[in-house]
Design a protein around this ligand. Structure first.
Ligand code: DC
Length: 203
């Protein structure tokens, strides 16, 4: 069975948790496409060459989830040649046998417009920054909320206003605002949507 769930949205909206939950529930493969851009961003050297020659070691680096990697990713992600170099891998993953969940910024609009389910996950910038700040360890770890909020806004701005594949919901995407939802509730809503599309009322 070919079945793609496209999950797009800004940083820290809950895409990762929802994607992992949906993939586990239906036994689908999951690709966090942000990791591809993060790996290119931290590799150094020419980003286009880096995108063309990404290895599994690059994708296993321990520092890919850092704020620095997120900012670096957002910058290289604005380069059309970088996006082009990563496109085929993502498209093949999306249409692999057995079902796939991909999360990112342009999955429903550019990578897989034919996705069977498209979700656009959002939350306010303040709530997303607070989640990121807590993930970083909060005050105890020396993280400064105002800095995290500024970085979230800067990244939103860059991701939404770039010329190539800007962050925006596909016309046929279902919007899911997680500002006031627990992660369990957000996953449950996404699972219900996928189950309905699969025609499985029992799930
Ligand atoms: O989802 P994330 O925070 O790991 O993504 C890091 C950056 O990569 C994000 O700011 C924009 C870019 N990105 C993108 O342009 N397209 C994607 N499909 C995924 C991520």
């Amino acid at each position: 069975m070919i079945f793609t769930v496209a999950i797009d949205g800004p940083a820290a909206a809950g895409k990762g948790t929802i994607s992992r939950g949906v993939a586990a529930r239906f036994g689908f493969a999951h690709l966090d496409t942000g990791l591809l851009y993060r790996a290119v961003g931290v590799k150094g050297g020419d980003p286009i060459l880096a995108a063309k020659s990404l290895t599994s070691e690059d994708l296993a680096r321990a520092d890919l989830r850092s704020l620095h990697a997120g900012q670096a990713a957002s910058k290289v992600a604005a380069m059309p040649e970088v996006r082009a170099a990563l496109k085929d891998f993502q498209r093949l993953f999306a249409r692999r046998e057995g079902g796939a969940v991909l999360d990112g910024r342009d999955i429903g609009t550019v990578i897989c417009p034919q996705a069977e389910v498209k979700l656009f996950v959002t939350a306010s910038a303040e709530i997303r920054a607070r989640r990121r700040w807590l993930e970083l360890g909060g005050e105890g770890a020396g993280a400064i909320y105002a800095d995290v909020l500024a970085q979230v806004r800067e990244r939103d701005d860059r991701d939404m206003n770039r010329a190539d594949a800007p962050l925006r919901p596909a016309a046929d995407a279902v919007l899911l605002d997680t500002s006031a939802l627990s992660s369990d509730a957000a996953v449950a809503q996404a699972v219900a949507l996928v189950a309905a599309r699969l025609g499985r009322a029992d799930l």
